[in-house]
Design a protein around this ligand. Structure first.
Ligand SMILES: O=C(O)CCC(=O)C(=O)O
Length: 268
């Protein structure tokens, strides 16, 4: 049975228990077939658009581009993407899983793995890249796939409970270090990674501290994903440079808030 709040979500108590135990969870059919068709159209447009607010992190031919063709904050250039990125169903799902009283948007990104010369996304945590003071901010990502994914075209894998190892070092995704070298006593090796194939329109949520990986895309078509990063209301800015917080008028050591970081879900 799904959890009853004023916003309808597919989240059950089993999802919440699994997420809190393991640091990630799979949620099937997050969007309807009609929404999937619309979202594919919008994200295709947003990835190709010349809008000047979203940030394309690398050009075709670049080392990073082989790992990810990534565009950050597509919601700021495309009204349709704005509607999906701020969707109450997604944000309320994230809030329920995290057990937060309110959930803000940190950013969205189109994450495409291009065919041809594709590289895996190496094992990493997300939290070390984010300019926040909290060591365990309980920030999280929704990773919503617009294509069926498995090991041939870039599905994700997670190390269960690895979020309990705390914040380690940021990995260079284009020239990666081995994150397992940073784990004292090799605890993470004891837990086998779980590979998560998904149907288009389904998603995973993962905690920013959970080790995750995505396979290379060995097919001849892009793997298209919309990822949305949420933060519990009250997470504070540490003043470090970051493409999403630079020029956003934030004050060091104060909660991240304001129009670029809208509150998308709150407890009834
Ligand atoms: O899509 C990928 O290849 C990796 C995604 C990822 O690392 C993330 O969403 O945090």
């Amino acid at each position: 049975m799904t959890i009853q709040t004023s916003v309808q979500t597919p989240i059950t108590q089993a999802h919440i228990d699994f997420y809190r135990e393991n640091g990630f969870v799979q949620v099937d059919d997050m969007i309807t077939p009609g929404e999937l068709a619309e979202l594919r159209e919008y994200l295709e447009e947003a990835m190709k658009s010349d809008g000047d607010r979203a940030v394309h992190t690398d050009k075709q031919g670049g080392l990073y581009y082989r790992v990810l063709n990534q565009k950050v904050n597509v919601w700021r250039d495309h009204a349709g993407m704005g509607r999906y990125t701020s969707h109450p169903r997604f944000a309320e799902s994230a809030r329920l899983l995290a057990g937060a009283s309110g959930m803000r948007l940190f950013h969205d990104h189109g994450l495409w793995k291009m065919p041809g010369d594709s590289k895996a996304t190496p094992w990493h945590q997300d939290t070390p890249y984010w300019p926040v003071n909290e060591k365990n901010p309980r920030m999280m990502s929704l990773w919503l796939t617009l294509d069926d994914v498995d090991e041939r075209n870039g599905c994700m894998a997670f190390v269960p409970k690895s979020n309990r190892l705390g914040k380690l070092k940021g990995i260079d995704l284009a020239d990666p270090q081995n994150i397992f070298d940073y784990v004292e006593g090799g605890q993470a090796d004891a837990q086998k990674p779980v590979v998560v194939p998904l149907k288009a329109g389904s998603c995973t949520f993962h905690d920013g501290l959970t080790f995750h990986y995505a396979h290379a895309n060995a097919t001849d078509r892009p793997r298209r994903v919309l990822a949305i990063i949420y933060m519990p209301d009250g997470v504070t800015y540490n003043g470090d440079a970051h493409v999403v917080t630079d020029d956003a008028g934030l004050e060091k050591d104060r909660p991240i808030a304001g129009p670029r970081f809208p509150l998308l879900a709150r407890e009834d």
